[in-house]
Design a protein. Structure first.
Lengths: 480, 318
């Protein structure tokens, strides 16, 4: 057990110790990590998703337009992503084409939340694995030996940035509210576009706030992530797991559908175009009826069975072309392969993300990819602001179809997001969501393959069973 | 932030001073957050005392963390001040440094030490079906603890409970038709188990940060605020959205909006549930006063016990 009962077994004795962290905190939701450690290294891992609400069941029978409101409530950190995926599925089903201003307004809403979410993740969820917070609750208690390796000066700077980042993420939410009504849970993203036509005044207010946030990203967030590569350089060498990536792409840059973050799949060292027919969701070790295993989301069923024997998670296990894939900023950056920021190029001595090689697939590599993506999206926000036209229509009203299907593919800050809707008699007949954490934090599948987070844990050093710091570091690097 | 790097003793001293300074600021802006009646010098000193003896333990059940994220958007006091100077937040799964048994041991230690005094904040609904299996809370000595277990245990020990968000107050989306987890709000849960601890509902999907902070401050200084029939502070939930809506004039003139992106007109025909909804969003607005749902599109009644089933379909008139 983590953090109590000393179970010291000297390295080399070959004895296996089970270490369990429950709750695994500073994430969105409920997760438990259970690892077997032998000779100071993780040799086996299980990730338990411990909570179920039933969104897919609750949506059945409702007005299809309600989906973009209800599905946002899946995640309070990334509601805009669920709203976007849902609206895209509805756009597809309703057969509606957005106005250019509607497309840009959605990008400005989702973009601001990418910035918000990545800042929140690094500083407020992950950073306490690398620096010490103030000596008051909720920053204490913490592990007695938490392996913080930065100097006092760097720690001071980081804590200062932690507090400043609270303000920055709040400003990002103000940017969203200007166009989306409020945040969390935006009112403004609907089938057919967005509900609020941006005024010059609103765009100026957005731009004024964005300027502060961008400065923070470029001058503080990105540099401090690279700063960690010094004292924590070994974390660039561990936690890779499967090097398979799914990225559905996000942020349409034109009406032809070219996206800022590219759509693509990377399996066994090769790039592939996305074919969503190749997705299957397995439930042998999930608390769902066995009869629903191996289905594509368009045929997907969600029938909980909370007492199922041998199951250990409420998360289904999606596989692409039969194989586990990770999703998130690293997967997207790997698929998109942009040039690194100037400081990234200088620190790592390489030009593009893929030049980093295997080290990108690591605990710290995921933080680097997330920071680089934040800079990339920030630059694009600038472009969308220049393209947005005050007073131009953002919404195309369209009647509910009698029956239709729709698929919405986008990216949440934490990874690939798919929504599928089946409409019959103008009501939702089926609705399926395959979200980023479903791709990353899933359990073993029917074929016996571990989930990406589980696999990435194997080989991670845990020299001190009472202070299993690296387990949390690995899990949080995925931003579950 | 040099302050935070001091030795614990100095830190404590420094924090005391800052708390006092903060309370002055809070008293000055209390009118802005709708709690002006609460503040006078005696109460400020009472609050300082309360801060020392009333830690807040924040637990999450079937939640999306949206209520916590909304709290992070607090403007005055800022969330940094809330964390460092206002609330002694001894347990919060999203922000606390600790994890696993280190976190749970602290939770139980604080609950025991401040028994009858601490405030328990509940975010998310409590799934009562399947012996609580739908929401695991943690593991202690190899034994699984469910959300049902923890609210039963800590709910009985707490001095007061804040049901933060519509899920914790009334069940919310997890309790909507089609769900099968037995999702329940705190008051109904307490009734089932005969727990008598007073509960303040702070509904909203999510609640406005001022509603959360204002309710906590009221609780710490003056005790339980005046509540309406649905257990909500009348301070924040006492006014009807439609009756106070800036578009009421247009409604009276028969000017009804026909398209979501139009600006001038009443939204009732597009599904606005303002007439059935009680909250002060119309004057408080969201995200530092940037906007609010009705100006942007429609009200979906997210603060009401009947949300979401009572207001769904959201884009059809009631």
């Amino acid at each position: 057990m983590a953090g109590c009962k000393p179970q010291l077994t000297p390295a080399g004795t070959g004895k296996k110790i089970k270490v369990s962290i429950d709750p695994l905190t500073r994430i969105e939701g409920h997760l438990k990590a259970e690892v077997d450690v032998k000779d100071g290294v993780v040799v086996d891992a299980r990730i338990h998703g411990g909570m179920y609400r039933g969104f897919e069941q609750i949506l059945i029978g409702r007005d299809p337009r309600d989906a973009s409101q209800i599905t946002q409530r899946i995640c309070g950190v990334c509601p805009t992503a669920h709203a976007t995926a849902s609206a895209l599925a509805l756009d597809d089903a309703f057969n509606v084409t957005l106005t250019p201003n509607g497309r840009i307004a959605r990008n400005l809403i989702l973009g601001a939340n990418f910035l918000q979410s990545h800042i929140l993740h690094f500083y407020h969820l992950a950073a306490l694995d690398y620096v010490n917070g103030p000596e008051v609750a909720p920053f204490v208690p913490r592990y007695a030996k938490n392996d913080v390796r930065v100097s006092k000066e760097v720690n001071d700077v980081a804590v200062g940035q932690y507090l400043e980042a609270l303000e920055m993420r709040k400003i990002c939410h103000e940017m969203i509210a200007l166009l989306g009504g409020r945040m969390p849970h935006v009112q403004g993203i609907v089938v057919g576009g967005t509900t609020e036509i941006p005024t010059r005044e609103a765009l100026n207010a957005y731009a004024e706030r964005f300027k502060k946030v961008k400065k923070f990203i470029m001058e503080k967030y990105v540099p401090i992530v690279y700063l960690l590569a010094g004292p924590y350089g070994d974390l660039l060498k561990t936690g890779g797991g499967y090097q398979n990536c799914v990225a559905w792409g996000a942020f349409p840059m034109d009406d032809a559908g070219n996206t800022l973050l590219k759509r693509g799949v990377y399996t066994d060292g090769k790039d592939h175009p996305v074919d969503t027919d190749l997705i299957r969701e397995y439930v042998k070790y999930s608390y769902f009826e066995d009869s629903t295993t191996g289905l594509n989301p368009t045929q997907g069923r969600t029938l909980p069975n909370p007492h199922k024997k041998d199951a250990y998670s409420f998360i289904k296990a999606p596989r692409y072309n039969g194989k586990p894939h990770q999703a998130g900023p690293l997967a997207r950056m790997w698929v998109t392969n942009p040039e690194l920021s100037k400081i990234g190029q200088e620190t790592l001595g390489v030009k593009k993300i893929r030049d980093i090689g295997d080290a990108a697939f690591s605990i710290l590599g995921r933080h680097v990819a997330r920071a680089e993506e934040t800079a990339l999206v920030a630059n694009a926000v600038e472009q969308w602001l220049a393209e947005a036209e005050p007073g131009k229509e953002t919404f195309v009203p369209t009647p509910i179809p009698e029956s239709a299907e729709g698929l919405g593919l986008t990216e949440a800050p934490r990874g690939a997001l798919l929504h599928y809707i089946d409409i019959k008699n103008k009501k939702i007949a089926n609705y399926q969501v395959t979200s980023a954490t479903i791709w990353n934090a899933n359990p073993m599948d029917d074929m016996g393959q571990k989930g990406p987070m589980e696999q990435a844990l194997i080989g991670v050093p845990v020299p001190d069973y009472d202070n299993p710091v690296n387990v949390g570091r690995l899990v949080r690097s995925f931003d579950p | 932030m040099k302050d935070e790097q001091m030795l614990p003793a100095e830190q404590q001293k420094k924090t005391e001073v800052s708390r006092r300074a903060f309370l002055k600021v809070l008293a000055g802006t209390a009118a802005g957050i709708g709690i002006s009646q609460v503040f006078n010098p005696a109460l400020v000193s009472a609050m300082e005392k309360a801060l020392e003896t009333h830690p807040v333990l924040w637990v999450q059940g079937q939640s999306c963390t949206g209520c916590s994220v909304s709290l992070l958007n607090s403007v005055d006091p800022s969330i940094a001040d809330i964390l460092l100077k206002v609330i002694s937040l001894e347990y919060h799964p999203t922000v606390m440094a600790s994890e696993g048994e280190t976190a749970l041991e602290n939770l139980y230690r604080v609950a025991e030490k401040y028994k009858g005094k601490f405030s328990l904040a509940v975010e998310g609904s409590i799934p009562m079906a399947a012996e609580g299996k739908y929401c695991n809370f943690g593991e202690m000595d190899g034994k699984e603890i469910t959300m049902v277990d923890i609210v039963k245990d800590l709910g009985a020990k707490a001095g007061s409970v804040l049901a933060v968000g519509t899920c914790a107050a009334y069940g919310g989306i997890p309790a909507a038709a089609g769900g099968e987890t037995g999702a329940t709000g705190v008051m109904d849960f307490f009734q089932t188990y005969g727990i008598k601890t007073p509960v303040v509902n702070i509904p909203g999907c999510p609640p406005h940060p001022d509603w959360i902070v204002g309710s906590i401050v009221h609780l710490l200084t003056k005790g339980i605020p005046e509540l309406d029939d649905d257990g909500r502070p009348t301070l924040f939930y006492g006014e009807n959205i439609h009756d106070n809506c800036p578009h009421l004039v247009e409604y009276d003139a028969g000017q009804m909006l026909e398209k979501l992106s139009d600006v001038n007109g009443c939204r009732m025909d597009l599904g606005c549930k303002g007439p059935d909804t009680y909250a002060d969003c119309y004057k408080r607005k969201w995200n530092s006063g940037m906007n609010w749902c009705v100006d942007n599109s429609v009200c979906i009644g997210c603060v009401e016990p009947w949300f979401p089933d009572g207001s769904s379909p959201f884009y059809e008139p009631a």
